[in-house]
Design a protein around this ligand. Structure first.
Ligand code: ADP
Ligand code: MG
Ligand code: MG
Ligand code: MG
Length: 401
């Protein structure tokens, strides 16, 4: 129809109007660009008469990071829309509905979730989400099991691996998470107050060994189709509902990477609560809630994944080999713990930080939160291959911190 170009608000409205059966003829459409403008445009389009609304997300051909343009394939818009559609089938109710995908414009039109809040902001505000552990563990168990060799035909899986090759976005992860924080890199960015801790990361050979092993898994272990960017900024919540967005980093990788992303972001908020929850007793209580959530998420994930495997496993030997399921699940836990640690470290010293910690106004409190996040993260990385239970891994990390 039209060659690729970034849309303006008028064009976005025109496309919204052309979506059959969505807006009535008499709709008065308003458009607002609500994305943060670095990688993608996000338009919110609403009918001020009838009240209906939708979201349009358009990929930009570059990321403005590190002060210069970083070319980024538009193919990630296809990956995002195909992954969203697959997730809707595998984990119904836990993602926005896709109304339309336009390959030429790298554009996904989807359900408006503005009645939800981005979980990172919700947690910063001190809100609890009683359905979250159940929902996110269901989302992960179902999307990961059914795309793995345990849950799908293995020849079909290889074709699926092919259509989710995502080298540009994987490179972002490989560099920003599994390399830069452990070396002197212009991609890194940290408060001068913690320069000593950042410097220590570049010299810690025991830590480097663990990160190299985790990096290898990210590079080579095509275990299941991951979301690939499952932090609390990619999750919309209300106390009754959970919706996962933004799967543009989707690729076939190690299952523990998605689980680790969720764990890391709850722990980053734990560190940030140093500021956000100023009453000490309430802070302690909220932190306990975050830890309990992490334990519930892992335990429920494990139990749901095992049930799917027992009831729907397609691999004869994996289904029957005594001890194999226990071996597999323990490895997932250990990977999740290691990846969680890597994701925490990069959010303190790497290129992209999190609001839970970065927005703390007071220098001394922010420094305390940063050092806490680094201590927890490095302890998780160091201990990942010894982990036997989630409780023990978290306990050890909090004691070390
Ligand atoms: P990016 O890949 O650029 O991070 P996201 O998909 O995370 O883009 O979207 C950026 C922001 O746009 C979100 O934080 C949210 O505020 C808004 N947004 C994205 N998708 C939706 C949606 N389906 N409904 C409502 N708001 C959305
Ligand atoms: Mg963003
Ligand atoms: Mg996002
Ligand atoms: Mg994104």
């Amino acid at each position: 129809m039209s060659a690729y170009h970034p849309l303006n608000e008028e064009e976005a409205i025109r496309i919204a109007r052309s979506i059959e059966g969505f807006f009535p003829q008499e709709a008065e459409l308003r458009s607002r660009e609500i994305g943060d403008g670095n990688l993608n445009l996000v338009f919110h389009i609403a009918d001020s008469v009838g009240g209906k609304s939708l979201i349009m997300k358009q990929a930009l051909p570059y990321a403005k990071v590190v002060g210069e343009s970083w070319p980024l394939t538009l193919d990630r818009a296809r990956i995002e829309s195909e992954k969203l559609i697959l997730e809707a089938k595998l984990a119904p109710g836990l993602v926005p509905t896709v109304y339309k995908y336009d390959a030429e414009l790298a554009l996904t039109v989807m359900e408006d979730l503005s009645d939800h809040v981005i979980m990172r902001q919700g947690l910063i505000n001190g809100t609890r989400y009683p359905k979250f552990a159940d929902d996110i563990s269901t989302f992960m168990a179902r999307t990961l099991f059914y795309t793995s060799d345990l849950g799908m035909n293995q020849q079909d899986k290889k074709n699926q691996v092919k259509s989710f090759i995502n080298p540009d976005l994987c490179k972002i992860t490989e560099d920003l998470i599994f390399d830069d924080p452990y070396t002197v890199s212009s991609n890194n960015s940290f408060d001068p107050a913690i320069a000593d801790a950042a410097d220590a990361l570049t010299k810690d050979s025991a830590l480097h060994l663990e990160v190299a092993i985790l990096r290898e898994k990210f590079l080579t272990n095509a275990q299941a189709l991951l979301h690939g960017d499952l932090h609390t900024g990619s999750i919309f919540v209300t106390p009754e509902s959970t919706k996962v967005i933004d799967p543009e980093f989707a690729y076939y990788g190690p299952i523990g990477f998605d689980i680790g992303a969720v764990i890391a972001n709850l722990l980053l908020d734990y560190a940030g609560q140093e500021h956000w929850m100023s009453d000490e007793a309430m802070r302690e209580d909220f932190r306990q809630y975050l830890i309990t959530s992490i334990i519930e998420i892992w335990n429920q994930f494990e139990s749901k994944f095992r049930t799917l495997w027992n009831e729907q496993g397609v691999d004869r030997l994996a289904n029957s080999a005594a001890g194999y399921q226990d071996y597999y699940m323990k490895r997932l836990l250990q990977d999740a713990v290691g990846f969680a640690g890597c994701k925490m470290v990069r959010r303190v010293v790497g290129l992209a930080h999190v609001a839970d910690i970065d927005r703390i106004p007071d220098d001394a409190t922010r420094e305390k939160a940063q050092r806490l996040a680094l201590a927890i993260g490095t302890s998780l990385i160091r201990g990942n291959r010894q982990t036997q239970t989630i409780e023990q891994a978290i306990d050890t990390a909090l004691t070390a911190a």
